[in-house]
Design a protein around this ligand. Structure first.
Ligand SMILES: C[S@@+](CC[C@H](N)C(=O)[O-])C[C@H]1O[C@@H](n2cnc3c(N)ncnc32)[C@H](O)[C@@H]1O
Length: 453
């Protein structure tokens, strides 16, 4: 199994990466990309299935790019993820490290996501089978982008990633909109009433709905919002936005709270976190708590210690460990996330955290450290690209006693750890599975400053 979730096969000595296959399958494939050193291919048919192969639960498997590993039993998925961490550490990082701890599986293999984003389209994507059938299909869709197609939206009847009430809300909106002849968005001509739908929920079972409209027609918009409100008592936050821009992003838009509260609250351990319509929050809440517990247990924080939490998002990890430290400094580039971090700090009556909005590589330098104090412990949780080289240089100079490195991309993590190995030993490596049925891997590494003598 290769990173990015494709299985590796060989044909005439050439490496072929195959989507939706698994080691042990014998498959006939069609080449999609043919390069000098490798090819990418998709399955035409399976001659002989790997003995452990299972039937995917989802009717949309294979077209929707979401859960690409459903044909692999969960224990086997975990085994592949563990292997991929080991490979990255050896091949990319050339790292010396103790045995990688067994990956921690997620409590829920399905229904684990707390946020889903759907798109409306007046030109639904049809599968080859649908096209071949010659039947007439309703081209109005509410669903996901087909991988690699900005204009291809496939109708979703049931998604297994979020609690089923999410399916009920989405299907209700679709039926209401189609039966009332509300227009669905046309991405080529930039028109149409219904544009995007975001559903968020918390562990307590409360829901937030955000409907994005492509044009303003209050009569129709409020009719739909009222119907949603009347049907789903689980919804405690109902919001909408009129987005007439060319792109779908809502970060620069005013989201209007139509009914109920303006945000959900999630409880992880002893802490409460605000989840607003635009907030970033780990999408698997139950496993996020486990991840934060791992980080907290790994970090050896004394009451007099200063802790930095780099790439802090809405301050979740910083606040999770704040109680054990003298002071925690969180740095994050998204200003709105820092607003949430400060809100979360007050919500939890924490007084010893400070949040700074800036790219870490621009702000973390000797002067910053002089101003805020030298950290004994640094926690870092960068995006997939990993840490900027400048950040690693500053860390090597500042030489905190411990670095806890949380990563969602073992390849860039291995690269960064190689640079850090100049001064740091790897004490522990703990993969955690945040995203069952996908190839994504989260990995936590405990680094200790080497003894100078
Ligand atoms: C993997 S998330 C971690 C969030 C947080 N630790 C959590 O558990 O919720 C990475 C965060 O880094 C932020 N980010 C990306 N590039 C950044 C940069 N150059 N400087 C600071 N923050 C950055 C993203 O906005 C995102 O919030």
């Amino acid at each position: 199994m290769a990173a990015e979730g494709r299985a590796i096969g060989r044909k005439d000595g050439k490496v072929v990466f195959v989507d939706y296959a698994t080691p042990g399958d014998v498959v006939n494939v069609q080449t999609i990309t043919n390069k000098k050193d490798y090819a990418i291919a998709s399955i035409i048919n399976i001659q002989q299935a790997a003995p452990y192969r299972i039937q995917p639960v989802c009717e949309h498997f294979g077209t929707c790019g979401g859960c690409r590993w459903q044909h692999i039993p969960y224990q086997q998925q975990l085994h592949f993820k563990q292997q991929l961490v080991e490979e990255a550490f050896q091949r990319i990082g050339h790292l010396k490290h103790p045995a990688i701890k067994p990956i921690i599986g997620a409590p829920d293999v399905y229904s684990y996501r707390n946020k889903m984003e759907y798109t409306f389209s007046n030109r639904a994507w049809l599968t080859q089978e649908q096209i071949n059938s010659g039947e007439d299909f309703d081209r109005r869709a509410l669903g996901f982008h087909v991988p690699g197609r900005f204009d291809g939206i496939m109708q979703i009847n049931k998604c297994h990633l979020q609690e089923d009430i999410g399916n009920q809300i989405r299907n209700f909106i679709y039926s209401f909109a189609t039966s009332h002849q509300f227009s669905f968005y046309d991405v080529k001509n930039h028109g149409g009433l219904l544009r995007n739908l975001i559903l968020r929920n918390n562990i307590a079972g409360e829901w937030m709905v955000i409907l994005s409209f492509g044009e303003s027609d209050e009569n129709k918009m409020f009719q739909l919002l009222d119907a949603i409100k009347a049907h789903f008592p689980q919804i405690i936050s109902l919001n909408y936005v009129v987005n007439t821009k060319k792109n779908d992003t809502l970060y620069d838009q005013d989201i209007i709270n139509y009914w109920g509260v303006a945000y959900l609250t999630e409880q992880l351990g002893e802490l409460k976190y605000k989840i607003g319509p635009k907030s970033f929050f780990q999408t698997n809440s139950k496993q996020a708590k486990n991840l934060y517990d791992i980080v907290k247990n790994m970090a050896t924080i004394h009451p007099d210690d200063i802790v930095y939490d780099l790439y802090t998002g809405t301050g979740t990890i910083a606040l999770y460990v704040a109680q054990t430290a003298k002071k925690v400094i969180g740095i994050e580039t998204v200003e709105e996330a820092i607003v949430d971090a400060n809100f979360n700090m007050e919500l939890n009556q924490i007084q010893n955290a400070k949040f700074v909005a800036a790219p870490v590589e621009n702000i973390l330098d000797e002067e910053f450290i002089l101003q805020h104090g030298k950290p004994e412990v640094v926690i870092t949780d960068p995006p997939r690209a990993g840490m900027h080289e400048k950040v690693i240089e500053v860390l090597l100079k500042a030489a905190p006693q411990q670095i806890v490195y949380v990563s969602c991309n073992p390849a860039t993590q291995a690269r960064d750890l190689n640079l850090l190995s100049e001064k740091y030993d790897i004490l522990e490596v703990q993969p955690v599975d945040m995203f069952p049925n996908t190839f994504h891997i989260e990995n936590v590494v405990n680094l200790k400053l080497k003894n100078e003598d």
